[in-house]
Write a protein that binds this ligand. Structure first.
Ligand code: ADP
Ligand code: ZN
Ligand code: ZN
Length: 694
C-alpha cells in the first residue's frame, strides 16, 4: 500500500462512516495507523476526534472532496476489535449511528482536540492503587460461605466459555459474597496461569478483568468499600455518571489499559473498553435502570449477555426477583439457575409481610395507627425503620375547593408538584417552576390545598408525631449536591437515624444492619396502571424494599423483621404473592398471562415515537410510516398518543411494532429506518428496540 485512507466513525447523527486521506506512514511501519485508534479529523467547519474503523487502500470519495486526517493519537493503545464489534452490534441492533455508540462513552478529555495532560493520566492509571484510597494491605476476612453460596461461587468460577447464569437468591442471601469469591477464584486462576504457563499463554491471559454492574450510583460506594477491603492489592476502577471528568478519565484508562482488575459501574460501564474481561456480573438484573431511556436506548443487561457470548466468558445475573425475560430463559434451560433460598447471616430470616387496610385503619398524615404503633415500638427498642413512598415533593398537586382548579403544568400533560420547602410548584417533566400562588388563579379563593402526599409531607407529619425521633429523608431533592446521598446513607449506617423516609433510592440493595421495620405508604396507583409491566415492577419493588428489613439480628423478642403495606385493596392478588414472598409462583402466572396476551418475552417489540407541536402532525407521520413499506410477518399497531401526551409544549405519539421473530423484526427495522429517513419529515422521530414503557 503506497497510500491509505482511514474509514472513521465520529459522533454525528448521520448513519455513515467517513473516509479521510492519510498522509503519513502506511502499512508495514510501526507508526502506521490502525483500526481502534483515535484520530483527529476535520468535519464540517470543526475538527473532531473519531475512531478508526478500518484502514483502506482505496476510497469511493472523489478526490476533490477528500480531506486529510490530521493526527493519530498514538499514545493511547488501540481499542480492541472486540470492543469495536460490541459497538457495531449495539449500533446495528438499536439502529443508531456507530459513532454515536462509540464516542459519547469515551471520557471527554479523549474526545478533545487537544487533550490536557493525557500523559499524566496514563501514568496515574498505571499505578496499581491510583484509582482508590490506599489500604493497609491486609485483606478483610471473607465470611465462610454457606453450602448454597459455596456451590454457587465454585460453579461460577469453574465455568468455561459462555455460560449465562441466573443467581436467584432471596434478599440478604449473600449474593455479593458469591460474586466476590467467584471473582477471587477467577483472578487467582488467571494469575497462576500467567506465572505458571509458558510466556505465550501468560500473555494471552494477560490477567483477568471482572465487571460488576449495579443499578444505582448510590450503591457503588458500599460495594466499592467491600471490594477494596477484600482485594487490597487489586486495582479497582469505578465507572458511573457521578464521577468528575478527571476521575472518569483515570478510571476509564485504568480499565482500558488493563490495570484495573475489578471494574464497578452503572449501566454505562457496559460499553467500557475492558481488554481482559473474564467475568460479568449484573447485580439486581431485573432493575429498570439498566435500560437507558434516551439517545441510544440500550439495555445494559442485554448488551452484557451479548458481550459475554462474544468473548466466550461466563456472566452472572443476580436477583431476588428476576426479570421475566431472564426467568423464562432460566426455566427453559437456556440460562443455568443457581438458587440461594435463605438469608446468609446466621439466624436472619425473611421478614414477615402484613397488609394494613386503609379503609378500616384511616391514615392520619398518611400513616395508619397500626404503622404508627409499629414505628413507636422500633423507637423504643432503638431499631431503625424505613418508610417507602415513591413520590417526591410535598404533594403531587394543589387544588381549589371552590372552583375545582388544579395545578396543571401549562406545558405538559402533568401536574405541577408542590415543593413546600422551596416555596415552589415544579413540573417534574419539563422543569417549569412557579411560585406557589397565594390564592386560586381562577376564582381568587385563598383556601387552596395540597392533595395527596409526597416524601416531604410525610417527613413533616412524622416530625409532628415523633418530635424526638431522628428522621432522614432521602430522595432526588434531598441529594442534589454531589456526595450528599453518600453522606446521608453513611448517617443511616452509623445509626444516627431512627426513621428513614425515601423513594426508590432507598429501596434497593442497601444492607442496613439495624433496620427491622419497613412501611410501604401508598403502592396502590401501580395496581391499576395501563403498563403491562406495572405488576412485575411493583412486585419486584415491594420485595426489594421488604428485603431491607431484618437483615441482621432478630428483634429483641426474637421476631424477624416486619413489613407493613398500607393499601385500599388488600384483596388484590399481587399482595397475596408479596405476603407469601413467592416470586416463583407469581412469575409463572405472569409468564402465562404474557404468553396468552402475546407480550414479551414471547414476542418482540419496537416502538416508533414522533414529536410535533400538534398531535395530529405526529399521528399523521406515524400513519405514513406505518404504510411506507410492505411488512409481512410484522404487526403494525395503530398510532396512538403517548400516555403523557404533551411534554414541554411538544405532543408525542407512538406506533408499536411487533413480531414473533427477533431476526424478522430486525430485518424489517433495517429497511424501515432507511425508508423513514427518506421521508424527510420535519417531525422529530426516534426508534426504540425492546422498549420497556409502551
Ligand atoms: P443480597 O445481595 O443477596 O441481598 P448481601 O450480599 O447484601 O445480600 O448480603 C447480606 C448480608 O449477609 C451482608 O451483610 C453480608 O455481609 C452477609 N453475608 C453474606 N454471606 C455471609 C456468610 N456466608 N456468612 C455470614 N454473613 C454473610
Ligand atoms: Zn378556585
Ligand atoms: Zn411541565
Amino acid at each position: 500500500m503506497k497510500q491509505c485512507f482511514l474509514r472513521v466513525a465520529l459522533d454525528s447523527p448521520l448513519d455513515l462512516c467517513f473516509d479521510y486521506r492519510w498522509q503519513g506512514k502506511v502499512e508495514g511501519d510501526a507508526e502506521a495507523p490502525q483500526a481502534g485508534q483515535l484520530v483527529v479529523v476535520p468535519f464540517g467547519r470543526r475538527e473532531v476526534v473519531a475512531v478508526i474503523i478500518s484502514v483502506e487502500a482505496a476510497t469511493a470519495v472523489p478526490e476533490g472532496k477528500l480531506k486529510n486526517a490530521l493526527a493519530v493519537r498514538r499514545e493511547l493503545p488501540s481499542l480492541t476489535p472486540q470492543w469495536q464489534a460490541l459497538c457495531a452490534f449495539a449500533a446495528a441492533y438499536y439502529h443508531r449511528p456507530l459513532g454515536e455508540v462509540m464516542l459519547p462513552g469515551l471520557p471527554k478529555n479523549l474526545r478533545a482536540i487537544k487533550p490536557t495532560s493525557l500523559d499524566r493520566a496514563l501514568k496515574k492509571s498505571a499505578k496499581a492503587q491510583a484509582t482508590g484510597p490506599a489500604h493497609d494491605g491486609t485483606p478483610a476476612t471473607a465470611p465462610a460461605l454457606n453450602p448454597a453460596q459455596s456451590h454457587a461461587a465454585t460453579t461460577i468460577a469453574a465455568a468455561r466459555g459462555f455460560v449465562p447464569t441466573l443467581l436467584y437468591g432471596v434478599t440478604g442471601s449473600g449474593k455479593t459474597e458469591v460474586y466476590l469469591q467467584a471473582a477471587a477464584a477467577i483472578l487467582a486462576a488467571a494469575e497462576a496461569g500467567a506465572e505458571g504457563a509458558d510466556s505465550a499463554v501468560g500473555d494471552a491471559l494477560g490477567g483477568a478483568q471482572i465487571l460488576i454492574l449495579v443499578p444505582e450510583i448510590n450503591l457503588t460506594p458500599q460495594l466499592e468499600a467491600n471490594v477494596r477491603a477484600r482485594f487490597p492489592s487489586v486495582a479497582v476502577a469505578t465507572l458511573h455518571s457521578g464521577l468528575a471528568e478527571g476521575e472518569r478519565l483515570t478510571h476509564w484508562l485504568a480499565a482500558h489499559l488493563g490495570h484495573a482488575r475489578i471494574i464497578l459501574g452503572t449501566r454505562l460501564a457496559i460499553l467500557a473498553s475492558l481488554p481482559h474481561l473474564k467475568l460479568i456480573v449484573i447485580d439486581e438484573e431485573h432493575d429498570p435502570s439498566y435500560k437507558q431511556q434516551e439517545g441510544l436506548r440500550y439495555s445494559a443487561r442485554d448488551l452484557a449477555v451479548w458481550r459475554a457470548r462474544q468473548l466466550d466468558i461466563p456472566i452472572v445475573l443476580g436477583s431476588a426477583t428476576p426479570s421475566l425475560e431472564t426467568w423464562h430463559h432460566a426455566q427453559s434451560g437456556r440460562y443455568r439457575k443457581l438458587v440461594l433460598r435463605e438469608r446468609a447471616v446466621k439466624d436472619a430470616q425473611l421478614p414477615t409481610v402484613k397488609l394494613i387496610d386503609m379503609e378500616r385503619d384511616k391514615p392520619v398524615e398518611g400513616l395508619t395507627a397500626t404503622l404508627i404503633a409499629a414505628l413507636k415500638l422500633r423507637l423504643a427498642r432503638g431499631e431503625q425503620s424505613l418508610l417507602f413512598l415513591n413520590r417526591r415533593g410535598y404533594a403531587p398537586v394543589i387544588a381549589c375547593d371552590a372552583c375545582g382548579w388544579i395545578s396543571n403544568c401549562t406545558r405538559c400533560t402533568a401536574f405541577m408538584v408542590l415543593h413546600k420547602l422551596d416555596r415552589q410548584l415544579r413540573c417534574h417533566h419539563c422543569g417549569l417552576e412557579q411560585r406557589i400562588p397565594r390564592h386560586c388563579p381562577t376564582c381568587g379563593n385563598i383556601d387552596i390545598q395540597p392533595l395527596g402526599r409526597g416524601t416531604q409531607r410525610v417527613e413533616e407529619g412524622l416530625q409532628a408525631i415523633f418530635p424526638a425521633a431522628r428522621i432522614m429523608r432521602i430522595d432526588a431533592d434531598s441529594t442534589r449536591r454531589k456526595g450528599s446521598a453518600q453522606a446521608a446513607f453513611d448517617q443511616v449506617h452509623r445509626g444516627d437515624v431512627d426513621i428513614l423516609i425515601g423513594t426508590q433510592m432507598v429501596a434497593k440493595g442497601h444492607d442496613f444492619q439495624n433496620l427491622t421495620l419497613v412501611g410501604v405508604l401508598n403502592p396502590d396507583t401501580a395496581l391499576f396502571s395501563q403498563d403491562y409491566r406495572a405488576s412485575e415492577r411493583l412486585f419486584a419493588q415491594l420485595m426489594q424494599v421488604a428485603g431491607r428489613a431484618g437483615r441482621r439480628a432478630r428483634t429483641a423478642d426474637g421476631n424477624p423483621g416486619e413489613v407493613l403495606i398500607q393499601t385500599r385493596y388488600p384483596q388484590h392478588p399481587l399482595f397475596a404473592a408479596v405476603m407469601a414472598q413467592d416470586y416463583e409462583h407469581f412469575a409463572g402466572a405472569l409468564l402465562e398471562e404474557r404468553q396468552q396476551a402475546g407480550l414479551p418475552p414471547f414476542i418482540y417489540h419496537a416502538l416508533l415515537r414522533a414529536e410535533a407541536k400538534e398531535l395530529q402532525v405526529a399521528l399523521d407521520f406515524l400513519q405514513e410510516a406505518r404504510l411506507c413499506l410492505p411488512h409481512e410477518g410484522i404487526v403494525m399497531n395503530d398510532p396512538i398518543p403517548m400516555t403523557m401526551t404533551r411534554v414541554a409544549n411538544v405532543d408525542r405519539a407512538q406506533l408499536l411494532v411487533e413480531s414473533v421473530s427477533r431476526p424478522g423484526l430486525q430485518a424489517f427495522l433495517t429497511e424501515w429506518i432507511v425508508a423513514l429517513r427518506a421521508m424527510k419529515s420535519r417531525v422529530r422521530w426516534s426508534l426504540e428496540v425492546d422498549p420497556v414503557d409502551i
